[in-house]
Design a protein around this ligand. Structure first.
Ligand code: GDD
Ligand code: MG
Length: 346
């Protein structure tokens, strides 16, 4: 079994965070996001992994290298322009002529992938799609199934009232190589609008896998990116644990850090600083009485005296001036500078 991670999207809904950092390597609790997907694959014994890239590929290659630092073998398929989800899989076909696990490159999950592969083989499926229940399926691919687990209908981003089904495409597939023959070469093609409806039309053995008690989050919007952090910090993801919440950093005796927060290496926390349920990247500098709550701050950002950051995301190398308030829902791109006393909300 091999794997292909679809990591070529532009990450538009996660802007401004993705202006300088492609979505697959945005930090989640200070680790590039792709490492969580690589962990899931490695737990299932899949170590031969192709990264399918298009947007800012050199930044991803530079961080991930040949995979040897992470116990896997990484190969790269870089599209000259985005080919769509199935087009990207077709583009990488020379590297993947065997059954393949395909991941959307923006899904944080503690899925038991071994169980998916086992069920795929037992059913002699040509394609297996993992499902997850969500409250509002309109932003996803809705998947209706038969009692025996076969897929009945696949509806990408359906209009309201088209289906009452709450199970959606979780962005994880196991595909037999013969499905490659159903995808046109050199064209933009999607799994969601192209290949999956085609498998159904042809009556192919296309099955759904519905895992029990599995965490699932598409990190592709700022709200969900932040939510994924809160879930990890609160230990709500059963198979993903943060190994080390405290890097080596300088902290004044009169600063307070709650036990949930993650502090990167080389941070400086001056007296009176308070950190609650938050993540600080490497090399952040927090001046006296700065307060960070329910927020994620990327590396090398400076927060001025008595400034507050609450329910917000602050990019790399930012400056938050003294007594500034960065409030709920704010997302500051890399290198933002906020003048002293700025308010981003009432
Ligand atoms: N290489 C490559 N080339 N990757 C791509 C391309 C492309 O042209 N287009 C998208 N991707 C990657 C993205 O980087 C992302 O990791 C993944 O494919 C899915 O694309 P999104 O743009 O994030 O899609 P979505 O979130 O709107 O919908 C998809 O995911 C949902 C689950 O989160 C669909 O697969 C839905 O059916 C699904 O429910
Ligand atoms: Mg997505």
């Amino acid at each position: 079994m091999q794997a292909l991670i679809l990591a070529g999207g532009k990450g538009t809904r996660l802007r401004p965070l993705t202006v300088y950092t492609p979505k697959p390597i945005v930090p989640i609790c200070n680790r590039p996001f792709l490492l969580y997907q690589i962990d899931t694959l490695r737990r299932a014994g899949v170590t031969d992994i192709t990264l399918s890239l298009s947007y800012q590929p050199e930044k991803i290659e530079q961080q991930m290298g040949d995979g040897s630092n992470f116990g896997v073998k990484l190969k790269y398929a870089v599209e000259p322009q985005p080919m769509g989800t199935a087009g990207a899989y077709k583009f990488a076909e020379d590297l993947i002529r065997e059954p393949t696990v395909v991941f959307n490159g923006d899904i944080l999950t503690d899925l038991d992938l071994k169980a998916v592969i086992r069920q795929h083989k037992a059913r002699k499926a040509i394609a297996t799609i993992v499902l997850t229940p969500v409250e509002d399926p309109s932003a996803y691919g809705v998947v209706e199934t038969e009692a025996d687990g076969r897929v009945r209908r696949f509806l990408e981003k359906p209009k309201p009232d088209v289906s009452t089904c709450k199970n959606i495409n979780a962005g994880t597939y196991v595909l037999e190589p013969q499905v490659l023959d159903l995808i046109p070469r050199g064209e933009n093609h999607s799994f969601e609008y192209g290949l999956f409806p085609r498998l159904l039309e042809q009556g192919e053995p296309f099955f759904a896998h519905i895992p029990q008690r599995t965490y699932w989050m598409d990190i592709g919007t700022p709200e969900r990116y932040l939510q994924a952090h809160h879930d990890l910090l609160a230990n709500r993801v059963s198979r993903i644990h943060i190994k080390d919440r405290r890097g080596s950093f300088d902290s004044a005796t009169h600063s307070e850090i709650d036990e949930l927060s993650v502090i990167g290496d080389e941070c400086t926390l001056k007296p009176g600083v308070k950190i609650i349920n938050s993540v600080l990247g490497k090399g952040c500098y927090l001046e006296e009485h700065a307060r960070i709550e329910n927020s994620v701050i990327w590396s090398h950002t400076r927060v001025g005296t008595a400034a507050q950051v609450k329910d917000a995301i602050v990019g790399r190398g930012c400056y938050v001036g003294r007594s500034t308030l960065v409030g709920p829902g704010a997302v500051l791109g890399d290198k933002t500078s906020l003048t002293d006393y700025t308010r981003t909300c009432a």
